[in-house]
Design a protein around this ligand. Structure first.
Ligand code: ADP
Ligand code: MG
Length: 266
C-alpha cells in the first residue's frame, strides 16, 4: 500500500513543485514506484514533467469530481514517476467541490483503488489553504512543508500547522508532520540559518536536513521537462533531494568514499 506524502505551504514560490518533482525522481532512482499528483490549477508540476496542460483532455479535476477513476487519467513521465496531471479546469473544482458531500475526501477515495500499485504518492498542493490543499492533507500519511528561508516565513508555517491540526481533528487523524524542508537556502549569509533556527524555536516541528541550497540549476530544469536529478544530477541540490528521498524510503545512507590516503596500500 502506498505511503502518501503531501507537500504543502500556502505560500507560492517556496519550491513545493520542485520538491515533488525532485523527490519523486529520487525515489524512482531507489527503485520505488511513485505517483505524483498535481493539485495546483496552475499545473506547473504537469508542465515541468514534460506534459502540456493545455492539450490534456483528462485531468485530476475529472477524478476529484468522481467522473473518472484515477487509473484512466494517470500518465507516465520521462523521470520514471507516474503523474496524475492537472489542467486549469482544476480551478473549477475549488468552486464545485465545497458544495459536495465528503468534499475533503475526494482525493483520498480516488487513491484507494490505485494505491496498491505504488510505494509512494507525492501530492503537490496549490498555494492556498482551500479545499484542494485540504484534500491533499486528508489523503496524506505525512506532510512535508517546504519553507523559503526569508523573514516572515515562520508565519506561513504557523498557519499551515494550525490547518494540519484541524485536519487531524476533523478529517484525517493519522496525518503527521514529517517536517519543514528549508529551500532556496543561501549558505553564504547568516540570514537563512537564522530563519531556520527561529522556526525550530517557535514550533514543535522537525527541521529536515540538509537544506536545499539556492541554485540556478533549479530554474533551468522545468523548461526541459525533467527534474534536476536528470538535468544536473551531480549538483548539490540534486544530492540534497536524494538524501531526503533515502530518509523517506528508509534506505541507509551509503558509506562515504574512502579518503585518498586510506586507498593507498602500505
Ligand atoms: P512552489 O511550487 O512552492 O510555488 P516552485 O517549485 O514552483 O515553488 O519554485 C518556485 C521557483 O523557484 C521556480 O522557478 C523554481 O525553479 C525555483 N526554485 C525552486 N527551488 C530552487 C532552488 N533550490 N534554487 C533556485 N531556484 C529554485
Ligand atoms: Mg507549485
Amino acid at each position: 500500500m502506498a505511503r502518501v506524502l503531501a507537500v504543502a505551504n500556502q505560500k507560492g514560490g517556496v519550491a513545493k513543485t520542485t520538491s515533488v518533482a525532485s523527490l519523486g525522481a529520487a525515489l524512482c532512482e531507489l527503485g520505488r514506484r511513485v505517483l505524483l499528483v498535481d493539485l495546483d490549477p496552475q499545473a506547473c508540476l504537469t508542465f515541468s514533467l514534460g506534459l502540456d496542460p493545455d492539450s490534456l483532455e483528462l485531468s485530476v479535476h475529472d477524478v476529484l469530481l468522481g467522473r473518472l477513476p484515477a487509473g484512466i487519467v494517470i500518465r507516465s513521465t520521462p523521470d520514471g514517476s507516474d503523474l496524475l496531471p492537472a489542467t486549469i479546469e482544476l480551478a473549477g473544482c475549488e468552486a464545485i467541490l465545497p458544495s459536495r458531500t465528503g468534499r475533503e475526501h475526494a482525493l483520498r477515495l480516488a487513491l484507494v483503488e490505485i494505491a496498491a500499485g505504488y510505494d509512494f504518492v507525492l501530492v503537490d498542493c496549490p498555494p492556498s489553504l482551500g479545499v484542494l490543499t485540504i484534500n491533499g492533507l486528508t489523503a496524506a500519511d505525512e506532510v512535508v512543508i517546504p519553507m523559503q528561508c526569508e523573514t516572515l516565513s515562520h508565519r506561513g508555517v504557523g498557519q499551515l500547522l494550525d490547518t494540519v491540526a484541524d485536519v487531524q481533528r476533523l478529517t484525517n487523524p493519522r496525518l503527521r508532520v514529517r517536517g519543514v524542508l528549508p529551500t532556496l537556502f543561501d549558505g553564504r549569509t547568516a540570514h537563512s540559518r537564522a530563519v531556520v533556527v527561529d522556526v525550530a524555536s517557535r514550533y514543535e516541528v522537525k527541521i529536515l536536513e540538509p537544506p536545499v541550497v539556492r541554485s540556478v540549476r533549479f530554474a533551468e530544469a522545468p523548461g526541459l521537462g525533467r527534474s534536476i536529478l536528470t538535468t544536473a544530477g551531480r549538483s548539490k541540490g540534486a544530492e540534497a533531494y536524494r538524501t531526503h528521498a533515502r530518509a523517506i524510503a528508509g534506505v541507509p545512507v551509503p558509506p562515504a568514499a574512502p579518503a585518498a590516503s586510506a586507498a593507498v596500500g602500505p
